[in-house]
Every structure is written in structure tokens, then in C-alpha cells.
Design a protein around this ligand. Structure first.
Ligand SMILES: [Zn+2]
Length: 439
């Protein structure tokens, strides 16, 4: 049996600040790359272009014939990848739209079985889908046509086609990429050597050399993210790693994620107890600096230092989060983890909102790292319904009270550290959820 693999993104960093001249050249590629993407979005992102999307070489050919590459003087290695990148986004939008409409159709009790069959057929057969959307007569190959005609005989085709058109047009948006903060590189656009990486430039035969903090080299498509203010870059390298399986990981753990202590388990173990200190330090520093520089933020020479320090502090915080997540997994040896779903971010003004945003964002980071680590080690991560999870008594289910980190239940008398109570609820809800799924 083939080993199960999972994609993991490795990051690489520049060792020294990049000269402003080189930074400009990199930015130029990112700008052009973004222009090409937007050109593809505007020209092929619409419903009319659906027939051209698969297999896609029609679009590659049309793009080369357009003369846009010559106009930008962008090397083929970047131009082709930008086209490919944009096409990927367009296709994934279509996949999402079809999946959503399909879900809608399946859940709609107003449709007869025959009507559902017809709609599912059109959503699944690519050619039929684009012909219906473009209001053309559906012509398929012989076997498919026969199936299609049979389905048509039992339903009102115009009514269903109108429904599909409405549902799709409601969801379809014209894509546009605002930010030019990076670009993808194929193997032909870079070369690792001399403790760094050489990058192909727009000028013929010119390369930029960037010393890196590590000596690893890769041979695949990578992504370069630019931080011009800090004169820094980040390389994102997708790697496929083997999924680890631990036969000794058998526990089922309920978790509460917090701002001060990162994780509390249902048995009362804590991980990431210094998270609060790190976060307060970061958000207070950000607020102070913001107040100081807000007036002349674009011209202030301290801006670069500010960005660099903010990035360094965030990296420190992240490495602490990762270290503590690893410790959690190693010590708890979980087979299944139950965690409450994230509440939706709120948008309101005031200073509190800044702190709130910072902590909300870290929650997202913690969760995405936990998700990745679980996937790498074949641990099941179950998200449970989060409403009232910290207000409910995990013993009897009544709504209790919280005072100074202790949860009290006046119905059954249960008293426990409030985060542990929430973690116990996560496990309780998770177990119910899973038993319902397995039924
Ligand atoms: Zn109770």
C-alpha cells in the first residue's frame, strides 16, 4: 500500500536585508505577475469562457497570442505561471459554485426526484453545464445525449435551466487580485547555490542573489512573498511528507482555546501558559508604536524598524505556539481532539478592538497549526458546536456562573476551573456528535 502523504509548507528567509534596488526589481515582477493574473481574470473569468477552461491550453495559447507578455517584457517562466495561477483560481471558483448549488438542489424539498436528477446531471457534466448557462442547445456525445434526453422528457427544462442560471449568477463574481505581494517560481526561474538562491530577473540573463538563513535546496514550484517595507522576502516551499501513525496515541481529548493559556484539556492540563504575556507584549507594543507614528506613518524613518520588530515579535510568538502545540501532542498522545468552532470575528471600533483583532488572529493561527499538525500525525480533529460551551455545566448541562476563573453550577453543585469545564463540554459534545455520525 502506498504511504499516505500530506502537504506541508516550509518557509525560508533572507539572511540580510535586501538592497532597495533588488527589492524594486522583485516588486516589478510581482506587479507584472499580478497584472497578468488580472488580465486572465477579466478575459476568462466569465460564464462565456467556461468552454475554454478545460483543458486550458486554448487560454494559454490565446494569452501568448495576445502580445501582453511582450508588452510587459515579462519572462515566459513568470508569464506562464501567472496565467496558470489565475486559471487555477477561476476553476476553483467554479468548483465551489457547483458544489454549493448541488447542495442547494439536494436540500430543496420543492423538487421532484426527476427534477433533482436532471439538475445533478447538468451540474456534473461539464459540457451540459456550460451550454445551459450560455443558453445554448445541449449537444453531447451519443451515450450522454441519450441519458440527457431521457431526463429532459420528465421535467420542465426551461424552468430548471432558469433556476440553475439564477443560482449560478448569484454566486459568480468577477475575480480580481488587489495585492501584488509575491509571485510563483518554477524550477527554471531559480537556482540554489552559495548559501542562497539566484532568481531570474526581467532583464535578460540577469539574476539576483539572495543569501538565505538555511542551506536547504528544493526542486519544485515555490512562492516568493515580498515584504518591501522590511526589505525581506519569504520563500514558501510545498513539501509532501509522510503521514505519521502512532499506535500508542489512544486518548480522546477535549480542548478549550484561550487568550491567556493557549490550551486547557478536559483533564485540566495546560499548554502555552505564557501565551497571554506574549500577546499582551505584542499588542501593547503595536498600539504604542501606532500612536507614535500614526501622524506621519508613510514618511517616518522609524517605519522600517517598526515593521521589522513587529515581524520578529510575531515570529517569536509563533515559534512559542508551535513548541507548545508539539508538547501538547507528545504528552497527551491524542487519537481524537475535540475543539469548539471559532466564533465569527466582530467588527467594531475602539482600542479594545485592536487587542481583540490581535487575539482573534492568533486564535486562527493556533487552530490552523493544530489542524496541520493533526493531519501530519493522523490525529482526528473534531470541531464541535461552540455556543454556550463555557457557560454550560459539563456534569448536568445547566447554565452556571463563572467567578475568578472558577465555574459554579447551582443545580448540581459542580465546581471546576472554567476552562477545564469548557474543555469537558467540548469532549462531551464531540462524543455525541461522533456517535450520531456513526449511527
Ligand atoms: Zn451542574
Amino acid at each position: 500500500m502506498a504511504e499516505e502523504k500530506i502537504c506541508k509548507t516550509i518557509h525560508q528567509y533572507n539572511k540580510e536585508p535586501i538592497s532597495s534596488q533588488n527589492m524594486e526589481k522583485l516588486q516589478e515582477i510581482a506587479d507584472d505577475y499580478n497584472k497578468v493574473k488580472n488580465y486572465v481574470f477579466s478575459r476568462f473569468g466569465g460564464i462565456k469562457s467556461l468552454p475554454k477552461l478545460y483543458p486550458g491550453y486554448t487560454i494559454q495559447n490565446e494569452m501568448i497570442a495576445s502580445g501582453y507578455r511582450d508588452e510587459l517584457a515579462l519572462p515566459f517562466v513568470y508569464f506562464n505561471l501567472a496565467v496558470f495561477d489565475a486559471l487555477g483560481s477561476i476553476k476553483s471558483q467554479w468548483t465551489t459554485i457547483k458544489a454549493e448549488v448541488l447542495q442547494r438542489v439536494n436540500a430543496n424539498e420543492g423538487f421532484t426526484d426527476e427534477e433533482k436528477h436532471y439538475l445533478r446531471f447538468v451540474l456534473k457534466v461539464g459540457n451540459a453545464f456550460e451550454m445551459v448557462l450560455n443558453r445554448r442547445e445541449v449537444r453531447l456525445d451519443k451515450a450522454m445525449q441519450k441519458q440527457y434526453d431521457e431526463l429532459c422528457a420528465k421535467v420542465s427544462v426551461p424552468k430548471l435551466n432558469n433556476y440553475l442560471n439564477r443560482q449560478v449568477r448569484k454566486r459568480h463574481v468577477q475575480m480580481h487580485s488587489e495585492e501584488a505581494n509575491g509571485f510563483a517560481l518554477t524550477e527554471r526561474a531559480y537556482r540554489y547555490a552559495n548559501h542562497g538562491i539566484y532568481i531570474t530577473m526581467k532583464e535578460k540573463r540577469k539574476r539576483i542573489f539572495i543569501p538565505l538563513t538555511d542551506n536547504n535546496s528544493y526542486n519544485r514550484q515555490i512562492y516568493m512573498k515580498l515584504y518591501p517595507e522590511q526589505r525581506s522576502i519569504e520563500l514558501h516551499v510545498p513539501l509532501y511528507v509522510e503521514v505519521k501513525k502512532h499506535t500508542d496515541y489512544t486518548s480522546e481529548v477535549g480542548l478549550a482555546v484561550g487568550i491567556h493559556t493557549m490550551l486547557v484539556t478536559d483533564t485540566g492540563h495546560s499548554y502555552g501558559e505564557k501565551l497571554g504575556e506574549y500577546q499582551i507584549e505584542l499588542s501593547e507594543w503595536v498600539r504604542e508604536q501606532r500612536a507614535r507614528y500614526m501622524a506621519n506613518i508613510h514618511t517616518n524613518p522609524g517605519r522600517k524598524k517598526y515593521e521589522a520588530k513587529k515581524r520578529r515579535m510575531t515570529q517569536q510568538l509563533h515559534s512559542y505556539i508551535n513548541m507548545e502545540l508539539n508538547r501538547f501532542i507528545k504528552e497527551e498522545k491524542p487519537k481524537v481532539i475535540y475543539i469548539p468552532k471559532l466564533p465569527k470575528a466582530r467588527k467594531h471600533g475602539g482600542d479594545k478592538a485592536v487587542n481583540h483583532t490581535v487575539s482573534m488572529w492568533q486564535r486562527g493561527y493556533i487552530k490552523s497549526r493544530l489542524r496541520q499538525k493533526c493531519a501530519e500525525q493522523s490525529i482526528e480533529l473534531v470541531e464541535v458546536f461552540g455556543k454556550d460551551i463555557s457557560n454550560e455545566c459539563s456534569k448536568c448541562g445547566a447554565i452556571g456562573k463563572k467567578k475568578e476563573d472558577i465555574f459554579y453550577c447551582s443545580v448540581c453543585g459542580y465546581q471546576i476551573e472554567q476552562k477545564q469545564n469548557a474543555a469537558q463540554n467540548a469532549k462531551k459534545r464531540g462524543l455525541v456528535q461522533r456517535s450520531q455520525q456513526n449511527r
